[in-house]
Ligand binder design. Structure first.
Ligand code: G6P
Ligand code: MG
Length: 216
């Protein structure tokens, strides 16, 4: 039975969380309240629409449908301006090493992200060609922690869910991988990602022997 690998994007391949944060903070400040780094943790892996709902809750702002739609667009335009200049220098440490290792062994690789901006980001950092399958915010109806994004990824890779490995930095993403019956690997803070089967600070801590072990 072959193994498939599924990567989250934001916080796993690139550190776009900082740009999401800046764009949400700008909107919050315009609406007259603060938005902290701790609050930004809750936004990881969460869809744009759900993020805005949470943001407005934090600021106790009531919005008409028209305002809500406008703020969604405004946030995304600010975010796009931040990521416009992204290049390969923003790839997180040792990500290319892992992708290259898997590619050389013909391991099928998917992206499983809530972001609607996933493809342009992969293009900017020049990693698009590593991915056999892209599942992003444009093709998913149920957000993480629902397993949908990863189940679609497994299906498109032609790999059984129980033979898939998922790299995730978000609590909701680890939960989604576990719900999908996949092997979850947390990338980031062990306190936050305690539900993951394995946890690493970043890819520099992952040895090729460890990866090799996941393939057999
Ligand atoms: C990722 C990020 C979230 C973000 C979501 C939607 O999951 O971790 O913080 O809200 O994607 O991103 P988008 O680019 O579609 O606004
Ligand atoms: Mg993420």
């Amino acid at each position: 039975q072959k193994t498939g690998f599924i990567f989250d994007l934001d916080g796993v391949i690139v550190d776009t969380a900082k740009y999401h944060y800046l764009a949400w903070k700008k909107l919050a400040n315009e609406l007259g309240f603060e938005f902290t780094h701790e609050q930004n943790e809750l936004f990881k892996g969460v869809s744009r629409k759900r993020c805005l709902e949470i943001l407005l809750d934090i600021g106790q702002v009531e919005a008409t449908q028209e305002q809500f739609d406008r703020w969604m667009i405004e946030k995304n335009e600010d975010y796009l301006a931040y990521i416009e200049k992204m290049d390969a220098s923003e790839i997180l440490p040792d990500v290319p090493k892992v992708l290259q290792f898997l590619k050389e062994r013909n391991v099928p690789i998917a992206l499983g992200s809530a972001s609607k901006n996933a493809r342009p980001i992969l293009e900017k950092v020049q990693l698009l060609s590593y991915f056999d399958v892209l599942v992003d915010g444009n093709s998913v109806t149920k957000a993480k922690p629902d397993p949908e994004v990863f189940l679609i990824g497994a299906d498109k890779l032609g790999v059984a869910p129980e033979h898939c490995v998922v790299f995730e930095d978000a609590v909701a993403g680890i939960a989604a991988a576990n719900h999908a019956n996949m092997l979850s690997i947390g990338i980031g803070n062990a306190d936050v990602l305690s539900e993951a089967k394995f946890i690493f600070k970043d890819f520099t801590e992952i040895s090729l022997e460890f990866l090799e072990g996941l393939l057999s």
